[in-house]
Design a protein around this ligand. Structure first.
Ligand SMILES: [Zn+2]
Length: 87
């Protein structure tokens, strides 16, 4: 059984920070650090782009309320998207 996550595969300690940055909930030093890291990291850079694309897709599909989800909801949405892409 192989995992179907070709693009969104950031450094494990960055997952929460990336999600919050995409949701617009990250500020100050953490936002600065996260952006600096994604500029330099070959894993987190593409992951951030993929998450932003996912967010924009959700905005179009569901309206603005779709952004600002809890981490748990994001995880379920990402799992659902992975499942849909793999189907
Ligand atoms: Zn990284």
């Amino acid at each position: 059984m192989k995992e179907n996550k070709p693009v969104i595969n950031p450094c494990f300690w960055m997952v929460g920070l990336l999600n919050r940055l995409v949701e617009g909930k990250l500020g100050g030093v953490l936002a600065w650090y996260t952006k600096k890291h994604t500029d330099q990291c070959e894993k987190c850079g593409p992951a951030l782009k993929a998450l932003l694309a996912l967010r924009d897709g959700l905005k179009k599909a569901c309206g603005e309320e779709a952004v600002g989800l809890s981490d748990d909801r994001w995880a379920r949405i990402q799992a659902a998207c992975d499942h849909a892409e793999g189907a």
